[in-house]
Write a protein that binds this ligand. Structure first.
Ligand code: UT7
Length: 330
């Protein structure tokens, strides 16, 4: 009998402060109409507290997932945090979150794959469980995108928001759970979406701060076109591998980067609106958090055996899709 990983519970956290398009239009030359029409965003959440960041939001989301699963923190074997805005350059944010949660018996690491981070972490967690070595894994996506947003650059500041989502992965002998995945990276595209300074190539200098090189740099159109092409390719390859027809898909949980990207993928997969999770209107692009937040908001709809496709595209370039058969243990 083979071991599979399934999502035993979900949790999410969104900061209280709502930054509307109307307020953004007081900061840069834009409008509610442009942002909604081109991106699908109405508002986003911003973590205003200066002393709180990705680890805090991760903890808040994780507490809910842990509580819902009825897991004792001592049972958690591994903690993986996916984030593009870690608490510090090092050490890993996951260890800081584990400490906040009182998790003492786990090993912890971060998964850095920008907007594909949670998807890559989900696949990694599933493989660790399938190995038979681990039974309970805490997976978190958390990003304080406002910490790297340039609120004078209309090309990027309208898109992103802060938030966190978490899931508990557990092992099962059922046929349900995480099935197949198609994940890819093409490093040749990395300059199209990156934070230039702050790493070992361009450590912080007075000039790097003055030139705003610690904020998001993005060639929007290239990212947009590549995202649609690559997510579409990976979803079709995944359906073939999983021997699944488009009609058999019950739900699509896409990364929330732009409503037009989501619509293009939904059309390709011939999915009606009610099967496609969308919350970009409320939260913008929360990077690693978008998929687990969607899972948390939609998991109440899922029935045992439902076919769920999760897909993402992000900086790197990194992208992919994953087939999950929802599992409700008896
Ligand atoms: O998770 C992965 C991360 N990111 C993404 O997936 C983002 C992918 N890219 C996108 O979503 C889109 O490319 C954007 C939303 C960023 C931009 O939309 P676009 O349709 O590609 O616009 P564009 O860059 O081609 O710009 C069209 C026009 C330009 O004006 P002109 O040259 O035609 O006069 C821009 O200057 O829109 C202008 N523009 C804006 N106008 C009002 C760009 N940003 C704004 C803005 N408000 N915020």
């Amino acid at each position: 009998m083979s071991t599979k990983a399934y999502i035993a519970s979900t949790g999410s956290y969104l900061p209280d402060y709502v930054l509307t398009n109307v307020e953004i239009a007081t900061l840069v030359d834009t409008s509610d109409e442009w942002i909604l029409g081109r991106c699908g965003v109405k508002e986003r959440r911003i973590l205003k507290d200066k002393d709180k960041a990705s680890a805090y939001m991760a903890k808040m989301a994780a507490e809910k997932a842990i509580h819902k699963a009825g897991v004792n923190v001592n049972e958690i074997d591994v903690v993986i945090v996916s984030t593009a805005t870690p608490e510090h350059q090092f050490p890993a944010t996951s260890g800081i979150v584990a400490e906040m949660l009182g998790i003492k018996n786990a090993w912890c690491f971060d998964c850095m794959a920008a907007c594909s981070g949670f998807l890559f972490a989900l696949n990694t967690g599933a493989k660790l469980i399938e190995s038979g070595s681990y039974k309970t894994i805490l997976l978190i996506g958390s990003d304080k995108m406002s910490s790297i947003m340039d609120f004078t650059n209309r090309n990027t500041c309208v898109l992103f928001g802060d938030g966190a989502g978490a899931v508990i992965l557990r092992s099962t002998n059922s046929e349900n759970g995480i099935q197949k995945s198609v994940l890819r990276t093409d490093g040749s595209g990395y300059l199209n979406l990156f934070q230039k300074a702050g790493g070992s190539l361009f450590p912080a200098t007075i000039e790097s701060v003055q030139n705003k090189e610690h904020t998001i740099s993005m060639s929007g159109q290239t990212v947009f076109k590549t995202a649609v092409t690559k997510i579409s390719e990976s979803c079709l390859e995944l359906l073939e591998q999983s021997k699944l027809s488009k009609a058999e898909i019950d739900y699509l949980i896409p990364h929330q980067a732009n409503k037009r990207i989501i619509t293009a993928v939904a059309e390709l997969l011939e999915l009606p609106e009610e099967k496609v999770s969308v919350n970009i209107d409320k939260y913008g692009n929360t990077t690693c958090a978008s998929i687990p937040i969607c899972l948390d908001e939609w998991s109440g709809k899922f029935k045992n055996g439902d076919n769920i496709i999760i897909c993402a595209f992000g900086a790197g370039f990194s992208w992919g899709s994953l087939h999950l058969k929802w599992h409700h243990p008896d």
